[in-house]
Design a protein around this ligand. Structure first.
Ligand SMILES: NC(=O)c1ccc[n+]([C@@H]2O[C@H](COP(=O)([O-])OP(=O)(O)OC[C@H]3O[C@@H](n4cnc5c(N)ncnc54)[C@H](O)[C@@H]3O)[C@@H](O)[C@H]2O)c1
Length: 271
């Protein structure tokens, strides 16, 4: 795959992990559609990255929005890369409280919709579009990279919905890779531990210390650029397929939640 001929759609493409990915892809010569629910956010990054980056306003759960973004990507190059890094961590309730209040199902639905249905919608429509691409020497027509989380394996208290969605991302990765082998499309996922995105950088020092306490080595946050480096490595390694790769400094997760702030109350960990 000659990356300079390729185009990509990056959902959440102006966020912490998505923004670093959009930037890296443009540096590699890929034309990128920065897919975001608010145009302004995508446009600000696109203005910085130059004419190989195009902002797009859409919701990753909307088939019409995703198809429109793919159409733009097709005009920019061979649309053969889809990275899905959208998501918003919110303060979630416990499954049931000691005084008998059960988890609100609407919160569970919206977390699954955001972190699982959206990435799958993006993946399926991208793969269908990749099927028309000319194959490279390996027969490859495209690559899909979704974002899971260490919460997929090590869900903390108050992360039932988030952990379920992220575990489903990890679970569907191999199944999708096997489905899409027939059309030469690889599927991988990255499961980050705590990564210091701009949103998280605004958190209190106490929360930051809590988040990195159980990272084994290097004892710090991951950098969004390290996520982008792993995206690049996946793109450049055609034999890598169907895997969810942890990017977490050998983190061991504490049982308790991190004291997630209420919605709108400031940054939450998002791990
Ligand atoms: N930062 C971390 O430490 C960390 C760790 C593990 C997993 N993750 C996961 O990585 C992903 C990105 O996290 P981040 O830290 O970069 O968050 P972020 O908030 O910086 O970026 C997420 C982006 O997704 C966009 N988005 C929200 N809803 C969308 C929708 N419906 N359609 C398209 N885009 C939408 C937001 O506008 C935002 O720009 C999330 O799925 C998160 O759960 C993050």
């Amino acid at each position: 795959m000659d990356l300079r001929q390729c185009s990509a759609v990056v959902s959440g493409g102006a966020g912490g992990l998505g923004g670093a990915t959009s930037r890296r892809l443009v540096e590699l010569g890929v034309a990128v559609v920065i897919f975001e629910p608010e145009l302004g956010r995508a446009a600000a990054l696109a203005a910085e990255l130059g004419d190989r980056a195009v902002p797009f306003e859409g919701d990753h759960n909307s088939e019409a929005d995703v198809l429109a973004a793919i159409e733009i990507a097709r005009r920019l190059g061979t649309f053969s890369i889809n990275v899905n890094s959208a998501g918003v961590a919110i303060a979630a309730p416990t499954t049931a409280t000691a005084d008998g209040v059960a988890h609100d199902m609407s919160i569970f639905h919206s977390m699954i919709e955001l972190h699982l249905f959206g990435p799958f919608n993006m993946s399926r429509l991208s793969a269908a579009a990749f099927a028309a691409n000319p194959p490279d020497a390996d027969g490859q027509r495209g690559v899909i990279i979704n974002t899971s989380s260490t919460a997929a394996y090590d869900g903390q208290a108050k992360q039932a919905a988030y952990s379920a969605a992220k575990a489903a991302i990890a679970g569907m990765t191999l199944a999708m890779a096997r489905d899409l082998a027939a059309i030469g499309v690889r599927t991988c996922a990255i499961a980050p531990g705590p990564i210091l995105t701009p949103r998280l950088a605004r958190a209190s020092d106490a929360l930051k210390a809590e988040l990195t306490k159980n990272v084994a080595f290097p004892k710090r946050f991951g950098h969004p650029e390290e996520f982008a480096s792993l995206v690049e490595a996946i793109l450049r390694t055609p034999f890598l397929n169907g895997q969810t790769i942890r990017l977490d400094g050998a983190l061991s997760t504490p049982l308790a939640d991190f004291g997630m702030p209420a919605p709108g109350a400031g940054p939450s960990p998002g791990r």
